[in-house]
Design a protein around this ligand. Sequence first.
Ligand code: C5P
Length: 309
Amino acid sequence: MMNNNAGERTVLVRAPAKVNLVLRVLDRRPDGYHNLWSLMHTVGLEDELHVRLTAEPDASSPVRLACDDPTLPTDGRNLVRRAAELVLERAAAQGRPVPGVDIRLTKRIPMGGGLGGGSSDAAATILGLNHVLGLGWSVSEMAKLGESLGSDVPFFLFAPCARVRGRGEDVAPLTLAGTRWVVLVNPGFPIETRWAYQCLAESRRGVRPLSASLVTLMGRDRLSWNEVVPLMENDFEGALAPVHPALTAIKTELLLAGAEGALLSGSGATIFGIFHDEAAAVRARDLVGRSEGRRAFAAPAGTGPLTCS
Ligand code: C5P
C-alpha cells in the first residue's frame, strides 16, 4: 500500500475478468432469478482501481469516482460507486468514522461481454475499501455484502476458481491444477443479460438435468484442466447462436486455431478459447482477432485471489 500525504492512503486493486467454464441455467426462482450451476475462473485481463481515502468528504457524496472510459456512467448506475456507498454505509452502521473516498477506475475488460467486469470492479472496490479503512471483514462478509450488487460479485472474492450455485451466492472455491492461457474474442457488440435470459426461456421447453460427470465433479475440491475442458458447456450458447451467427463463427475459428475448448462466456457476447501456452494463445488471438469489429485478448488463467498493493 502506498502512503501519500498525511491522512491519505492509496491502494491499487486489480479486477480480473472471468469466464464460465461451465454455465448451466436451471429452474427459475420465486424472486425472478435462475438457479445456476457454474464453474468460474478468473482471467488476467484486468481493470484497475486506485482507491484513496480523503480526509474531507465531498459535500454532495462521500464517493468521488473517475473512469478513463467516457461511455461508462460514473453515477448511481456504476457498480463501483454503489459498492463504495454500500461499504461506507455498513462501516458507519458499525460506528466507524467514515472519510471521503476517491476512486480511479481504468477499464480494460469489454463491457456487456459476459466477462463479469462490472461485478469484478465491485468486488475489488469492497476489497480495497476493507483494506484502506482497516475494516477487518472476512471474505465471506465481503461476499455477502456484494450479493445485492450483482450475481457474479461473490465469486470474485473467492477467485481464481470456484463452483457457483444458487443465484450466484453459493460459492465453493476449488483448485484447478495446471496452467492455461485464455483467448477472449469479443465480437464488437454487447449482449444484455436480461435479454439473453429471455432468449433462453423462449428457445427451450424445459431444464436439462446436470450431466453425470458434473454431478461427480460437484463433490470434489481439486480438479485438473484436462478433466474440465471436455465438460465445458454453456446453456446460453445454443439459445443465442441462431440470433448471432458471429458467435458460432468465432468459436469455430478458435478451435481451428488450436484451442483445446472454446465456449461462450456468461450470457455473451465474448467467446473464449483455452490454450496450453502463451505462444499458441497469442497466435490464435492475432488470427481470430483480426476480423473487423472484433477485439481479442490473450491472458493467463488467473492464478491467485484478488489482492491490494
Ligand atoms: O445479478 P445481475 O445484475 O448480474 O443479473 C442481471 C439479470 O440477469 C437479472 O435481472 C436477471 O434477469 C438475470 N439473472 C437471472 N438469474 C441469475 C442471474 C441473473 O435470471 N442467477
